[in-house]
Ligand binder design. Structure first.
Ligand code: PGA
Length: 258
């Protein structure tokens, strides 16, 4: 099993950006050049570009490649979809699964998220499973219930040995994404503890609950990033907007690795 405990994961989710392959190259190169200057491997830096740009980037470099989505079948009549194996052949090591933009805008259900998580684990790429409540859930006092439900459904039919050293969970409150609003560090810590409790219950193991890396995502920037890890017990961050400027992204990375 990999030892994830002391690593900080900084994952950039470029979403549907930038507009051209040249801009993608420039952004990736700027990040990679700076990551090469870091000594040690306290930080695992992951970049998730639109999958069309993946072949441009060095899969063996210090910046790990991630994808923003995947389909669960291996091949066949699934128009528009891409399989785990197709991604893996371009060096993809991580896949974001169940991002709220896919759940809310594209109708991705808990069942689909479960199929995707299982396909990633079976195909030896690490799923970054996103969970989080909407503003409506939060205002209605249902946030915890929503998060627990998303976890229970996404992790159906999986065993401890299947997720060990592979699964990553990202807590991304929907209302914090791209809004500039962030929960308090106490709130993030509370959700982290809730996720661990659910993992212990599902897998009947305290150990696995402590080993699955937990990320926070939603309006992370170079100013708030340190507290969102150090004061919350999180193991890293999922970064959207700030990952589109190399200076901002590396400002975050450098808070955790010199
Ligand atoms: P944001 O996006 O950093 O722009 O809030 C985070 C995400 O959607 O993963």
């Amino acid at each position: 099993m990999e030892t994830d405990q002391n690593k900080v994961y900084i994952v950039g989710n470029w979403k549907m950006n930038p507009a051209t392959e040249d801009d993608a190259d420039t952004l990736f190169d700027e990040v990679e050049n700076d990551v090469y200057k870091l000594t040690g491997d306290a930080v695992e830096v992951v970049v998730c570009p639109p999958c069309l740009f993946l072949p441009q980037f060095d899969p063996e470099g210090k910046v790990r490649l991630g994808a923003q989505n995947v389909f669960w079948e291996e091949r066949g009549a699934y128009t528009g979809e891409v399989s785990v194996e197709m991604l893996r052949r371009f060096g993809v090591k991580y896949v974001i699964v169940g991002h709220s933009e896919r759940r809310c805008n594209l109708g991705e259900t808990d069942e689909m998220v479960n199929f995707k998580v299982r396909a990633c684990l079976a195909g030896r790429v690490r799923p970054i499973l996103c969970v989080g409540e909407t503003l409506e859930d939060r205002q209605g006092g249902h946030a915890d219930e929503v998060i627990v439900g998303q976890l229970d459904n996404a992790l159906r039919e999986l065993s401890e040995s299947e997720i060990a050293g592979k699964l990553i969970i990202a807590y991304e409150p929907v209302w914090a994404i791209g809004s500039g609003a962030v929960p308090t560090t106490d709130e993030v810590m509370g959700v982290g503890l809730l996720i661990k409790k659910v993992l212990s219950r599902i897998f009947l193991s305290r150990q696995i609950a402590d080993e699955v890396p937990l990320l926070y995502g939603g309006s992370v920037n170079p100013q708030n990033c340190r507290d969102l890890v150090e004061k919350t017990g999180m193991n890293g961050l999922l970064v959207g907007t700030a990952s589109l400027k190399a200076g901002d992204f590396m400002g975050i990375v450098k808070e955790f690795g010199k």
